[in-house]
Design a protein around this ligand. Structure first.
Ligand SMILES: [Zn+2]
Length: 108
């Protein structure tokens, strides 16, 4: 997947821990407001981890969906279950939509 965000690892600045910087001389990426007492450090950590979380999610999703399409015992990989004449989304397909929505939120 071709993403547009700043490449490389993102780090919390050791001098200004409310700032997130790129590790490859890419400078400041974001600054979190220290006004959010009790939250700003966690917000900085979450933002700094975003590229790794996104790439891990994309890789995991690709592998998991390929495996589920081969092995799902409920839908046999079709994503749809027929029960008493009605069609339902298989649970693995519903999870697929949620993950795809999160990836799209981060990339589109
Ligand atoms: Zn299924």
């Amino acid at each position: 997947m071709n993403t547009q965000h700043t490449k490389g690892e993102w780090l919390i600045s050791p001098i200004h821990p409310n700032q997130i910087k790129g590790n490859a001389g890419t400078g400041e990426i974001a600054t979190v407001s220290e006004n959010r007492i009790g939250e700003w450090e966690a917000n900085a950590k979450l933002i700094a981890a975003a590229p790794e979380l996104l790439m891990s999610l994309i890789d995991f999703h690709k592998q998991a969906m390929a495996e589920l399409k081969k092995t799902c015992k409920y839908c046999e990989g079709t994503g749809s279950i027929n029960h008493n004449g009605s069609n339902y989304q298989c649970a693995h397909n519903v999870s697929d939509f949620a993950v795809l929505a999160a990836i799209e939120k981060a990339t589109k």
